[in-house]
Structure formats: structure tokens, C-alpha cells
Write a protein that binds this ligand. Structure first.
Ligand SMILES: *Cc1c(COP(=O)(O)O)cnc(C)c1O
Length: 359
């Protein structure tokens, strides 16, 4: 970097690297089982007559549609540019740069720490226990954080966090910190989630998205659910026009009665596909399933992880290496997909180990 610019940039940003999203990591590839996207596409219509006008800050059809879907009141939610923007808004609204901290429980979703770091907010890490449950004993000794991020089902372990554990956190941090339950994968879990508990716990926040089960990762639309005062605080920080008009139109269609029927069908299909993928992987002695599969991906530990990963990439099959995360040495994560792509994945993995044993 030019010398003068190095002096100009915020000091806390100098050591940071941009997030290595699945999309940024590889340029090629034919099969994308690396970002937990949906294999299904749906069609939507676009009315271009309103594009000369600024959009509503919070488009009513989307707010009402999602509130109905999640079973909350319209003043319990804010529409954001993906759940990722919700994470950042919470940090910018509740954490003072250079002073405050958030708590995370790795291995987990990377954006909590990255958003905190870009805002110059500290990160306290309390790793999950070996069975990937929360270390509530250690967490309840912490008092100096403003936000506690819990992901359920957790990315990348696929594990559901017990309601009793989350309730312990909500009680411990009552009046002190917000407990943020990231439910990006809630549709794939059999549990109901936390949206119905907002009235009971005034420090509870729930994150949701259209990127995963709804199959709209390209849309960038997510939701933060909480008691009205929290939502009003986030409204002070969000940009004046955060939801582009085309996004609002497509999201409203996805949340219509027809859209929700499609969602239910696709989730059922993907849950079956998830069982198939787990079963297929379990037949290979070189592979051991890790965690659980309550979301739309499977995590596994494997022999010759680097070589397997290169073999898959060389053949256009992208999955995600999770081995740098705590307690996930040699672990790879594959997104549940349609039959065709899963067959290609399994054929490649099988071939890889056959080539090795013949060599
Ligand atoms: C994918 C994902 C998100 C981000 O969702 P967007 O709405 O696409 O920003 C948030 N949390 C978790 C755990 C995720 O896996």
C-alpha cells in the first residue's frame, strides 16, 4: 500500500484481510456445494414502473409477509441486506468501537468476528464443548460483553443448540447483553426456533435470511427479529434505503402463499437429499461424519483432506474446507443439493480413494 494511505487508513483495519467467502475463494468450478445455497431456482416477475423512485426503507409487503411467516408482529422485525447486515447493524448499534466486546462460540459462522473486527469491537471466544454444545459454565462467567452470538443450527457443525442452554444465557445476560440466535438454517431443523419467545425475553434477538431455504442468496435479504425497542434502535443506524425496489418485489413474491408452498416442498426434498448424502458418505471407511445435519450441509472428517479437496476442485466440484476452525482438523463441509450433483460428488470422492488404494 502507498505509504501515505497506510497512515490514513483506520489503524485497526491494517491487519485485516477481506472475508474469504465461498464465492471469492475459487473463480472456476461447475458444481457449487460450498456456500450452503439452494440448488433450486424459482421465477419471479419484476414491475419496473417504480424504479425512478426511491424504495421504501422497510417495504410493507415484505415486513408483513415475513412477520406472518415467522409468527411475530410487524414491529418485531427489520429487513436488511441479508442476515450479514443484521449482524453488522447489531454491532454498530450496541458496541462502542475500541471499548466493547462480543462473545462468539467457535467453530461457528465467521462473520460475527469479522464484523466486530472491522468495527474495532473486541471478540471473546468461548469454544463449543467437544460435543458442540455451548460451554454455559464458561459463558456465564463472562460479564463484559454487549452481544452474544449463538448459531442454531450451527454453521459448520450442523448441530442444534438446546433450548435450555440458550435460556441459561438469556437469563445470565438479562439487563446486560443481547443474546443473538442466528437461525439462518431454521427451516431445515425440526425445532420451532426462538421467534415465538421475543415477548418473554427482552434481550433476545433472532437472525433470519432468504438466502438458504428460500433459495435467494443472490437477492440479499434478511431479517432481524426482536422486541420493538431493539428494532427501533437498529432503525437509527440502518441506511435510508437499505432494500432495493427489485429486492422488495422478489421477496414479497417469495413470501406469498405460493412462494411458501414452494419453500415447503423444497425443504422436504432437501431433507431427503440430506439423508441420502449422509448415508452415502457413511459407506466410505475413510470418512467420518462430524457434528449433526440439522441444516442443509454435511460436515465430515476425512483422510488426505488436502489431496481430496484438490481432486474435487480440479474436477469442478467445490465444497468448503473447514479445517482451520477450532476442533475441526481435516473437516470438509458439503452443501446438500439435488440428486445429480450429489451423485457427482460421491463418484468423485469414491474415485479419489480408489485411485489412492491402487497407487
Ligand atoms: C449464510 C449465513 C448467514 C448469512 O446470510 P445472508 O442473509 O446471506 O447474509 C448468516 N448466518 C449464518 C450462520 C449463515 O450460514
Amino acid at each position: 500500500m502507498t505509504n501515505w494511505l497506510e497512515k490514513l487508513i483506520n489503524t485497526h483495519l491494517i491487519g485485516l484481510k477481506p472475508y474469504e467467502s465461498a464465492r471469492r475463494l475459487f473463480s472456476g468450478g461447475n458444481y457449487f456445494l460450498n456456500a450452503n445455497e439452494s440448488p433450486f431456482t424459482n421465477s419471479y416477475s419484476l414491475n419496473d414502473e417504480r424504479l425512478n423512485r426511491y424504495p421504501d426503507c422497510q417495504p410493507q409487503a415484505v415486513v408483513e409477509g415475513y412477520a406472518g411467516y415467522a409468527g411475530v408482529q410487524t414491529n418485531n422485525l427489520i429487513v436488511t441486506r441479508g442476515a450479514d447486515e443484521g449482524i453488522e447493524l447489531l454491532i454498530r448499534t450496541f458496541c462502542e468501537p475500541g471499548n466493547d466486546k462480543v462473545l462468539i462460540c467457535p467453530p461457528t459462522y465467521g462473520m460475527y468476528a469479522i464484523s466486530a473486527e472491522t468495527c474495532n469491537v473486541g471478540v471473546t471466544s468461548i469454544p463449543l464443548l467437544p460435543d458442540f454444545s455451548l460451554d454455559t459454565d464458561a459463558i456465564t462467567k463472562v460479564d463484559d460483553v454487549k452481544l452474544v452470538f449463538v448459531c442454531s443450527p450451527n454453521n459448520p457443525t450442523g448441530t442444534h443448540v438446546d433450548a435450555e442452554q440458550i435460556e441459561i444465557l438469556l437469563q445470565h445476560f438479562a439487563g446486560k447483553a443481547l443474546v443473538v440466535v442466528d437461525e439462518a438454517y431454521i427451516e431445515f431443523d425440526d425445532s420451532a426456533g426462538w421467534a415465538s419467545k421475543l415477548a418473554k425475553f427482552d434481550n433476545l434477538v433472532v437472525l433470519r435470511t432468504l438466502s438458504k431455504a428460500f433459495g435467494l442468496a443472490g437477492l440479499r435479504c434478511g431479517f432481524t427479529l426482536a422486541q420493538p425497542q431493539i428494532i427501533q434502535s437498529l432503525m437509527k443506524v440502518i441506511a435510508p434505503y437499505p432494500v432495493p425496489e427489485p429486492v422488495a418485489q422478489v421477496a414479497a413474491q417469495a413470501l406469498s402463499k405460493k412462494g411458501l408452498m414452494t419453500l415447503t416442498q423444497n425443504v422436504t426434498t432437501l431433507k431427503n437429499q440430506r439423508n441420502e448424502l449422509e448415508k452415502a458418505l457413511q459407506t466410505l471407511p475413510q470418512i467420518q461424519l462430524v457434528g449433526d445435519a440439522k441444516a442443509n450441509f454435511v460436515l465430515f472428517r476425512c483422510k488426505q483432506k488436502d489431496e481430496l479437496m484438490s481432486y474435487l476442485v480440479d474436477n469442478g466440484m467445490l465444497i468448503r474446507d473447514q479445517s482451520k476452525q477450532v476442533n475441526l482438523a481435516n473437516c470438509l463441509r458439503a452443501t446438500v443439493s439435488n440428486e445429480k450433483e450429489q451423485t457427482i460428488l460421491m463418484d468423485l470422492i469414491t474415485q479419489f480413494y480408489q485411485n489412492r488404494s491402487n497407487a
